[in-house]
Write a protein that binds this ligand. Sequence first.
Ligand code: SAH
Length: 218
Amino acid sequence: MRTFEDTYRHKGLRKKLVDLLQSKGITDERVLTAINTVPRHFFLDSAFDKVAYEDRAFPIAQQQTISQPYTVAYQSQLLDINPFDKVLEIGTGSAYQACVLGEMKAQVFTIERQKMLFDLNKQFALLKKYPNIKCFFGDGFEGLPTYAPFDKVIITAAAPFVPQKLVDQMKVGGRMVIPLGEGAVQKMKRLTKLADGSLHEEVFDNFSFVPMLEGKNN
Ligand code: SAH
């Protein structure tokens, strides 16, 4: 069961979370404002209501997780979102990251490989508030060639390698934020596509994501 009531208590906890993210080094005001606005407790079972604004990942259906707020803020900041940016997200999961980007006025195209999570999001009332977010059921390794090219690509699962099809779907000057690595820990990287199609790589902190898997799961 989920509850969709946003009380003063929730708003207060959200503000405290934003203060915490700032103290951890998140400076992008667009990101902080979005996190202060999106009611994270809507994305979790009501059993998690008391802890929804702790800076932790939580389980959702199908052994998947809603990312830690710090991770969501960190990836969003690296993306450097401008209004109307076309953003491809791999791994919709709870759709929290998608809503943070949607709140920042990006045009979000998000793909989930688990049918059950995709179906849950189809019924999720909050997503109706964001006509700029489009959800797709599919394999993120394939991307969305029909909607390419994208300004930004964000991968929210541990990628074993940089998927070339996703690079092909980026604009020149476009950026991909990707947790890269097959072990328990991944390196967050930001790849910028240059005019000759090659990638300029920047390396950031370590994170731990659930794996990016090939194919769909019906
Ligand atoms: N962005 C999410 C985090 C979800 S966890 C959030 O804000 O809650 C990672 C998600 O990526 C899981 O739901 C998992 O099923 C999905 N995933 C893993 N590999 C994928 C792939 N190849 N294509 C699409 N989604 C994938």
